[in-house]
Design a binder for this molecule. Structure first.
Ligand code: PGA
Length: 249
């Protein structure tokens, strides 16, 4: 079965409610000629108003993270139950969460378990640093992130999983993996998933590329057979730029 393209915008810590609404209202006019799933991930403060604005549209709403407990004394955290109240998807394991907030593979495993238990679709991010790539450790790093992040899962529990491969050295830097490099790494990720969960699972799971995706590289990246979509940061903050990415050729 063909994998449906998935184009997601991760707004990170940007946009007031007013700015979020202006952006999402502009995105409603996007022509979705590729029949892709379109997804936006605003900050928690904008999640509810954006959900209201997206009613009766097909644009998918994601949170940028969630806690692994359903509720409790975790000041500032947001639980998967609370996310599920408003959104259908959640990003887990973004490299900024890993490097700036201490989300290690064990914590991410708990978050994945909690989010999937509440029927959230998870966009699970993995990726190597520049030094890991330069020292030839990319495969090993991705394998560890997948094996530890998805520890104790069986394939049927992961039907709502999307993987985002985001090389850390390409995030927000303007440096992009070449389309060939993205393809090779996506193929490797699919092989790791096949090893752990079987070929049927690996063949069906969508793998997104992220890291400095923009208008002038999206077409070549999306043309790669193992790239099923993109996770876009900077270029998702301006409607015309993100609409061009959605409209990739
Ligand atoms: P970028 O961010 O497109 O600004 O590189 C991608 C991401 O962090 O998801």
């Amino acid at each position: 079965m063909a994998r449906k393209p998935f184009i997601a915008g991760n707004w990170k810590m940007h946009n007031t409610v007013e700015q979020s609404l202006a952006l999402v209202n502009a995105l409603k006019n996007a022509v979705n000629k590729n029949n892709a799933d379109i997804c936006v991930a605003p900050s928690f403060t904008s999640l509810h108003p954006v959900a209201q604005a997206l009613k009766n549209t097909s644009i998918i709403l994601a949170a940028q993270d969630c806690h692994y407990e359903d509720k409790g004394a975790f000041t500032s955290a947001v639980s998967p139950v609370q996310v599920k109240d408003i959104a259908t998807h959640v990003i887990i394991g973004h490299s900024e969460r890993r490097s700036l907030f201490g989300d290690n593979n064990e914590v991410l495993n708990l978050k994945l378990r909690a989010a999937l238990k509440h029927n959230l679709t998870v966009i699970f991010c993995i990726g190597e640093t520049l030094s890991e790539r330069e020292t030839g450790k990319t495969f090993e790093v991705l394998q560890t992130q997948i094996y530890k992040g998805l520890k104790n899962f069986i394939a049927p529990e992961l039907k709502d999983l999307i993987i985002a491969y985001e090389p850390v050295w390409a995030i927000g830097t303007g440096k992009t993996a070449t389309p060939e490099m993205a393809q090779q790494t996506h193929k490797d990720v699919r092989a790791i998933l096949a090893q752990k969960f079987g070929p049927d699972f690996a063949g069906a799971v969508r793998i997104l590329y992220g890291g400095s995706v923009k208008a002038d590289n999206v077409d070549a990246i999306m043309a790669q057979p193992d790239v099923d979509g993109v996770l876009v940061g900077g270029q998702s903050l301006e409607a015309d730029k993100f609409i061009r990415i959605i409209d990739y050729n």
